[in-house]
Design a protein around this ligand. Structure first.
Ligand SMILES: [Zn+2]
Length: 267
């Protein structure tokens, strides 16, 4: 009897270990938007926006409804990270309402994103305590929010002078024992990547704009300044060029390129 009990207990323990074995699930929402889940925590990056820009996927009506109603998998979200305020990454009212409906959730972003919420979201006063905003600068910052460690840094938005006013952030988030990098729309500037030196973080999964994977500058950054174990291409357009995908397949045969909403990858 006792032996049987011990046997079942050990099976239970083994099962628990194999499930909790630090699995990380990345679900594609749209454009550069993802949901990260693992180790009992959840984070959303760049996924709260609408279809203002037609060239890129936006979250479906059903997904937005699930997010706003806190239904699974969008219940108990620890953290929202927003890389920058462009409408294919962020929309003030959706983000504001998400925070209002998820009292447990915190938002980490730039002062620019915070300013957008303050000027555009009517119930801003109800969500201020949930927001942490960083001032644009050159240092990498470290936060511990709702049990998740996040390193954040500013890298200029792609596009040179025209977009120089955009405060674009990159994040490394530790979730389920893994480190996940998201660059927003970071400019492929090797000097800035050298300064930030992402290689020292031993990144497990790097989410990079897909054009990094098919351009010389981008590949230099991926291969020498990021060195992640796994690669995912994001910001893929609705009407893509076949040659870009072919180039990516050749350059990074093991990489994933997110093209279809709600695609899931597990690590
Ligand atoms: Zn942008």
């Amino acid at each position: 009897m006792n032996l049987m009990k011990a046997f079942y207990t050990s099976i239970l323990i083994l099962t628990a270990f194999s499930i909790s074995a630090q699995d990380l699930k990345v679900t594609y929402i749209a454009n550069e938007g993802v949901l990260l889940e693992g180790g009992g925590s959840k984070a959303i990056i760049d996924a709260l926006f609408d279809d203002f820009y037609k060239d890129y996927l936006s979250p479906s009506e059903a997904t937005v409804k699930q997010m706003m109603e806190s239904s699974s998998p969008f219940d108990q979200v620890n953290l929202i990270l927003t890389t920058h305020f462009h409408r294919d990454h962020f929309e003030a009212n959706l983000t504001g309402n998400f925070l209002k409906n998820h009292r447990e959730t915190r938002l980490l972003s730039s002062e620019q994103v915070k300013g957008e919420l303050e000027s555009k979201y009517v119930d801003y006063s109800q969500i201020t305590s949930q927001i942490k905003a960083h001032k644009r600068g050159v240092q990498t910052l470290e936060d511990n929010i709702n049990g998740l460690k996040v390193y954040s840094f500013f890298i200029n938005h792609a596009g040179g002078e025209r977009t120089a006013h955009i405060e674009n952030m990159g994040f490394i988030i530790e979730i389920s024992g893994k480190r996940v990098l998201h660059l927003g729309d970071a400019d492929m500037n090797p000097e800035r990547f050298k300064e930030v030196d992402l290689t020292k973080y031993n990144i497990d999964v790097a989410l990079v704009p897909y054009w990094y994977m098919s351009s010389e500058e981008g590949m230099d950054i991926i291969n020498n300044h990021i060195k992640a174990k796994h690669l995912i291409g994001i910001h893929y357009p609705k009407a893509p060029s076949a040659s870009a995908l072919e180039a990516i397949k050749e350059n990074y045969p093991k990489a994933t390129v997110f093209q279809k909403t709600l695609t899931e990858v597990q690590y």
